[in-house]
Design a protein around this ligand. Sequence first.
Ligand code: MGD
Ligand code: MGD
Ligand code: MO
Length: 755
Amino acid sequence: MVEKQPRYKAYDHPAGGWGAAAATAKVLLEQSVVTKGSRALLAMNQPGGFKCPSCAFPDADCKKTLEFCENGAKALAHEATKFRVTREFFARHTVAELMEKSDYWLEMQGRLTEPMRYDAASDTYVPCSWDEAFALIGKHLRALDTPHEAEFYTSGRTPNEAAFLYSIFVRQFGTNNFPDCSNMCHEPTSRGLPPAIGVGKGTVVLEDFEHAEAIFVIGHNTGTNAPRMMTNLVEARKRGVPIVAVNPMPERALIRFTEPQDLVQMATFGSTPIASEFVHIRIGGDLALLKGMMKVMFEREEKGETILDHDFLRQHTAGMEAVRDEVMALDWVDIVAASGIEEAQIRRCAEIYIRSKATIICYGMGLTQHQQGSRLLQQVAGLLLLKGNYGKPGAGISPIRGHSNVQGDRTVGIDERPTQAYLDRVRDVFGFEPPRGYGHHTVESVEAMLDGTAKVFIGMGGNFVRAVPDTDIAYAAMRKLSLSVGIATKLNRGHLVHGRDALILPVIARSERIETARGEQFVTIEDSMSNVTASRGVLAPASPDLKPEVEIVCRMAMAALPDSQIPWESYIDDYDLIRDKIAAVYPEIYADFSERIKEPRGFHLDVAPRRLVWLTPNGKANFLPLPGLDVNDRVDDPAMLRLATVRSHDQFNTTIYSYNDRYRGVYNDRMILFMNKEDRIARGLETGARIALETISGEGMRRRVDALTIIDYPMPRGAVAGYYPELNPLLPLDYYDRMSGTPAAKSIPVRVVAV
Ligand SMILES: Nc1nc2c(c(=O)[nH]1)N[C@H]1C(S)=C(S)[C@@H](COP(=O)(O)OP(=O)(O)OC[C@H]3O[C@@H](n4cnc5c(=O)[nH]c(N)nc54)[C@H](O)[C@@H]3O)O[C@H]1N2
Ligand SMILES: Nc1nc2c(c(=O)[nH]1)N[C@H]1C(S)=C(S)[C@@H](COP(=O)(O)OP(=O)(O)OC[C@H]3O[C@@H](n4cnc5c(=O)[nH]c(N)nc54)[C@H](O)[C@@H]3O)O[C@H]1N2
Ligand SMILES: [Mo]
């Protein structure tokens, strides 16, 4: 790393704007795909084109000719890169050598080109044919004592067709072991919301942003992780809609933003202020904020005002009284202490909420990744119920999902805890009896590998070992496997930390054409707002030896289940046949799939709360109290700091695009600890000091990351932040939300160790 610039220099420009335009041009140049990349960008998120492989935010209505953002361009440029990882590359580097390289270096080597098998004698990956690869997978799977000894991971880029077939294959094989990236991400949405509002999805569609009278953005770094949503925030703000941003980091784009696609703003160096209210919350302080807002409302009701939507509450909800009693018994002093927010600001937030006749609450990992993440989301759902913010334009709950098809994968069966009704459907449509018990979520799958009960790991995309908690333990777990398989576009650490046998299977990427014996095929994606759209790649595959994910799933099934009656072979060539089966398994939402998907803009899957229908056992929307003010276990250690592990502006999860984090003013380094100056001084440390962090945990195991540099940053007292995945060794495997299994990656109790 060359240190041409200082490591830290506050960024005082608006986010977006020319900085974003320049970054887009730079990444296309870096990957040597200026012409090819620019052509592909024109087809991204357009009817007849492909869906952006980056985030899950829906596309706007054809209003713009360019419907992508800086980070979408990075994702595409890295996918369309001209660099290649070939058999010569693998021959040149042993796996031990590759392990010494950084994640960034591995990513920059380019696209995988052909199937590779690990050869222990030379400690290298050597070429193997696709037939050999599938035979090896079949052999390992058939040799297991029970099907539960295999773990089938899914990352959220996998399209619906491949994910659906994968879920059927694995269930016919005999297990529900479906660890997936959602288990580390929006699982609290999938588990926490159903008992409250009957669905584990958002209830908002894009048009709602045009009708909202107030928007809350809680625990989400929008300008980096769902940049296309900035358009909606800018438009709302221009209409005078109050926007409340709740975050321990004053994320640049939530403060001021220039729309890179607004030519006037670009030409005049103008920008739009975004947050009308920035709430500088303590890590995990959101519960106290939400309760404080509720308390204001209940107090005013007690004084005789009509604040709540009583008709809605009477007709549609149950359990409000218990929440009211608990909230009214709370003391303002405690609410202020737990949130770190002055009572006056909490009252202002409540006032914004009370005045608005239609409110949207959006949230990201800042809410989900806590020990009580699921129950915290139930409080968000409850706050919205108080004013009837469902089933009307401009209102609702809006999880901002991560991976572009993570929600879709869930909808079509990637679920370690499937419902019995769904399993009955699978039995009736496919004619086999699926397993009925719960399978493993991500954390449980690592535990099973560790104790030797899991022997085969198949990774449908993703970078499992870098994404999961407790990096060192995860490495040890992977190395115990008899077979690990990485189905991927790019080389990553997950391929280097492997089982006794190991395969890397390269796939055709989202932006690339899929040609089969029946002609060109397209796949489908469900975005964060339940819109299903077709995605048709426009580029030639990176190598002639790649296969589509659908074919890989079918051939794994054929190898593992030679007696299966399911016509796997036919699905390889004709994706409409797969969509017909999806329609048969999910008739309520996917009826006539193959017809409806012909609409250029796709279709919206029914979300019952939009119709004021509550698919809960009592047929009502439920208030579900979470007593107290803590979403994480208390730690009695005066030296304790809460660590949030976050993404930089230049990464996509475990994929590192560069060592810069422009909006936070960080350059050439990722081993950074963002800390409040007072906290630093209280520890007798200089700014720029090198320190180590250690996790505080009762079980006596030492978790430590060295060589972090402190920078003074406007964090609340007691809160620090640093980058995922570098800090994952600090996140204990068993530190997770029990309801959803989601690791509490935003609230790790740590202490600073001077070195
Ligand atoms: N460019 C790009 N886009 C992406 C991704 C990417 O890595 N790069 N990843 C994709 C994926 S899989 C996901 S899940 C999403 C992730 O998108 P985000 O949800 O934005 O993810 P994070 O960067 O982890 O950070 C979340 C925010 O939560 C804040 N935060 C931390 N702790 C707390 C807290 O206790 N309370 C509150 N209110 N806020 C808190 C952090 O300061 C940060 O601003 O983005 C998706 N889109
Ligand atoms: N400490 C901490 N840990 C976290 C988080 C955090 O905030 N903090 N966030 C969590 C979250 S929200 C998530 S979603 C997970 C992410 O976990 P994963 O989804 O497992 O990780 P990614 O980095 O998105 O996976 C990147 C790899 O996917 C492969 N890939 C890319 N495109 C495709 C494709 O089209 N098909 C296939 N088959 N493969 C492809 C490439 O080889 C690439 O190297 O990490 C979680 N871990
Ligand atoms: Mo995610």
